[in-house]
Design a protein around this ligand. Sequence first.
Ligand SMILES: [Zn+2]
Length: 170
Amino acid sequence: MGYAAIVRCNCYRDGLTTEPPHKEYVQVDEEGVYINLDELGLTKTTRLAWYLEFDSWQMKACIHPDMHYAYEHLQNISGMANFRSTLAKLNAPRRFQALNQYLPVANSGALPIEHAATALQEINALSMEYIMAFESTKLVQVGIRHAYILDALRRVLTASLETNNPVIWI
Ligand SMILES: [Zn+2]
């Protein structure tokens, strides 16, 4: 268990995928590409078969596995709690508002595209801060102490800005 993040690619919108099965029912929204089989009156078996067919198409429809432009593991549960405690010590509600508001609290939700640039600036500012390491009295730079999650967040936020798609927490 832990936290991860994805950013969808735009290949379907841009005509860069192979042809999807049952294309007339394929739709796109800001969360990505999906197949809408509601109200078609399909039998349960056919419906399931079509979903599976769509899923396996999506896995290799373009150059991005499962149409994920970016995929990053962020942290396990205790690592995320640790990161949040650092944010709290640095008065995140006032100083790092985008991170404070949009960091995942569950394996769902998203960081909206309109906050991606701010969140990225906050990551960079946060990395330069120092906090007291809890196992000693030494000051440690946040960018070093939390390098793993900060680097992962930097990569998905950059991907978000490149694609103009939100970061989705999974
Ligand atoms: Zn793609």
